[in-house]
Design a protein around this ligand. Structure first.
Ligand code: NAP
Length: 279
């Protein structure tokens, strides 16, 4: 009997996983490009992670996306880790290589930058300082990407100041830490303002910082994408900022994995947004 080519499988692993929009995204791309393949959400408990990662390639998986709570731990289980994933300390994309090795990457920063390039093409990293609210995992990815893009200065404020200071120690002198109570001062002369906290998400309190120093024309972006128009973006827009919502970052961060697994570089456009929003 002749061997038929294996249909490539990919998916997303996390715990819980039901909330993930990645199956909608990759399912949309697979259908759009007529690719024979499947993308499956998989709920994998912490204790089962090493065993799952050793089994998935044998079952026909070519790679997976990784979400909470496995993003840090997969770095230790991968044989090959990209520089940016090592710098960020977390991975969101795994490739199961033909030689049996697991390759771990972090594409959150790529997604962040691609979203800005697409929806705020007038903004250039060299233009001036960025003001960043938040110092969690997503902030780390944003900082790494902005530094790589040549940003001159990143002003950062976080409720827990120590976390921002740790980032400054890790990423160096281009980071300037502000106190959370004075976070509004970071906006003076900033060319880009980013909310990388979870504030403004459905079910969480709003990001309540004074935006009176936000100049008209400044680019303001929120990593939160549920809701798409966060209270921060609504106020920034009312002050004349050019706003960019966080959905595009989610869509663009998925593209490198899709291309590696299924061999086609996917587009991020209105149809992609609509598919992920379930429209
Ligand atoms: P994380 O590591 O848990 O960090 C959460 C951040 O929010 C920390 O800076 C935390 O401050 C701050 N925060 C939480 N509650 C707060 C409160 N009540 N007051 C002030 N600050 C508060 O989470 P993450 O992974 O960085 O994600 C942050 C957000 O980005 C989430 O909403 C996530 O969904 C979103 N995200 C979006 C994308 C995308 O593709 N668009 C990608 C990644 C993440 P403390 O340090 O003081 O706790």
């Amino acid at each position: 009997m002749t061997d038929l080519p294996r249909i490539p499988l990919a998916g997303v692993i996390g715990h819980p996983i039901a909330h993930s929009r990645s199956p909608l995204l990759h399912g949309h791309w697979l259908a759009r490009y007529g690719i024979k393949g499947h993308y499956i959400p998989m709920d994998i408990a912490q204790d089962d992670l090493p065993q799952a990662l050793s089994m998935l390639p044998k079952l026909g998986f070519v790679g997976v996306n990784v979400t909470i709570p496995h993003k840090e731990r997969v770095l230790k289980l991968a044989e090959v880790v990209t520089d940016r994933a090592a710098l960020i300390g977390a991975a969101n994309t795994l490739i199961f290589r033909a030689d049996g090795k697991i390759h771990a990457d972090n594409t959150d920063g790529v997604g962040f930058m691609a979203n800005l390039r697409q929806l705020a093409p007038q903004w250039q990293a060299s233009q001036g300082p960025a003001a960043l609210f938040g110092a969690g995992g997503a902030a780390r990815a944003v900082i790494a990407a902005l530094i790589e893009a040549g940003i001159p200065e990143i002003r950062i404020a976080n409720r827990t100041r120590l976390r921002a200071e740790v980032l400054q120690a890790d990423f160096g002198g281009r980071l300037v830490v502000y106190d959370w109570l004075h976070a509004g001062e970071m906006l003076d002369g900033a060319a880009l303002v980013i909310n990388a906290t979870s504030l403004g998400m459905t079910g969480k309190p709003d990001l309540r910082l004074p935006l009176d120093r936000l100049a008209a024309g400044t680019v303001a972006t929120d990593l939160v994408y549920t809701p798409l128009m966060t209270p921060f973006l609504i106020e920034a827009q009312a002050r004349g900022a050019h706003i960019v919502d966080g959905l595009g970052m989610l869509l663009h961060q998925g593209a490198p994995g899709f291309e590696r697994w299924f061999g086609h570089r996917p587009e991020v456009d209105e149809a992609t947004r609509a598919a992920v929003l379930g429209l």
